[in-house]
Design a protein around this ligand. Structure first.
Ligand SMILES: [Fe+2]
Length: 345
């Protein structure tokens, strides 16, 4: 179920709530399948937003983000081929991809956030880099970075794992635990990536930092160098949060994909130790968890609306249920399990 502005509503969608005019007269009953004639009638009656359902998610699949995602993966494929052939690639093309992602996210953030929340089924390194780019750009936006910095974050994310192109597929996609030798191979990818990128004409310095540092951790527990704190660039800290989140939530051999809440809690457990606390809080509140104004379901079956985000407990917002406020940070047993409905602007 989605709350959409009337301009986004398309024929074939089903009304999820009745629509009333300003005088309180019911214009259309819930369950009506909309066609062009009904949509025009609603517009003429002054309706601004309506609730619709879209059972097969065709609305979401038709939104711009999916196309942009696929196009970006396709463009990066060319970069991958060139690297595998030992050739140079044009960083300005990747820069343009980053620019396009930034423009689209500024213009259309909610659908991107929604797509990333639903999807994250990345199978390849390329898909992973695009997922991380989307999440990192959204984090940069939430931090109030300007367009240029958002683009640098995007560019750095889009190439952060190129070192993995040279690691054997057998190791990268091994479903069981890696042995010591295999682990050593994987841990080479930041340095390999850095070495590839530093030979590319016009390479951006932030992209170089992120390729080398995105597995470093604030407490020095990361790799390849085990550097700490302020020695890790801000861009690397942002990208590493998105990178870890995608790894946590992803489906594993021994369990299905984690729900948003659980993945968020696991990520939050690393905040202040391996990960920067403020950045992680920002990421959870504004990028992946329960967005303001969304309708969420609690584990006790109750349904409410998110009215406040708590920076200290970013996965536990304050929910309004029939006008009563429930602070999920004050309960150990009550939590939001899923988003039932989003509001799109
Ligand atoms: Fe990596």
């Amino acid at each position: 179920m989605f709350s959409l502005s009337i301009d986004q509503v398309k024929g074939g969608m089903t009304l999820a709530q009745p629509v009333y005019n300003l005088n309180g007269t019911k214009l259309l009953e819930k369950g009506n399948v909309l066609d062009e004639r009904l949509i025009i009638r609603l517009k003429n009656s002054g309706a601004k937003r309506i609730w619709v359902t879209d059972d097969d998610n065709s609305f979401l699949k038709g939104l711009v983000p999916h196309k942009i995602f696929e196009e970006t993966v396709k463009e990066l494929e060319t970069v991958q081929h060139l690297i595998l052939e030992g050739k140079s690639f044009d960083i300005y093309i990747v820069n343009e991809l980053a620019q396009e992602l930034v423009e689209q996210i500024i213009f259309n953030e909610m659908p991107f956030a929604e797509m990333v929340r639903m999807k994250l089924t990345e199978k390849t390194v390329l898909e992973h880099m695009v997922d991380v780019a989307l999440l990192s750009i959204m984090t940069a936006k939430a931090l109030g970075m300007d367009k240029l910095d958002m683009r640098f974050v995007g560019l750095a994310s889009l190439v952060h794992d190129v070192g993995k192109f040279l690691i054997s597929d057998e190791i990268l996609s091994k479903p069981t635990k890696l042995n010591e030798y295999e682990m050593r191979q994987v841990r080479k990818h930041p340095q390999i990536g850095f070495d590839i990128l530093k030979n590319i004409d016009g390479m951006n310095k932030y992209a170089l930092q992120v390729a080398l540092q995105h597995h470093e951790r604030l407490d020095g527990s990361g790799y390849p160098r085990g550097i700490k704190g302020k020695h890790i660039s801000n861009y690397s800290l942002i990208v590493s949060i998105a990178d870890i989140y995608t790894a946590i939530i992803r489906e594993k051999l021994y369990r299905p994909r984690l729900p948003i809440y659980q993945a968020g809690e696991l990520l939050w457990a690393q905040a202040g130790k391996q990960l920067n606390r403020d950045l992680t809080s920002m990421f959870l509140r504004h990028v992946v968890s329960f967005p303001l104004r969304s309708t969420v379901k609690l584990n006790n079956g109750a349904v409410g609306k998110v009215v406040y985000q708590n920076s200290q407990f970013p996965t536990r917002p304050i929910i309004s249920i029939d006008g009563e406020l429930i602070d999920l940070s004050e309960s150990n047993t009550l939590f939001a399990t899923e988003v039932l409905a989003y509001e799109y602007d």
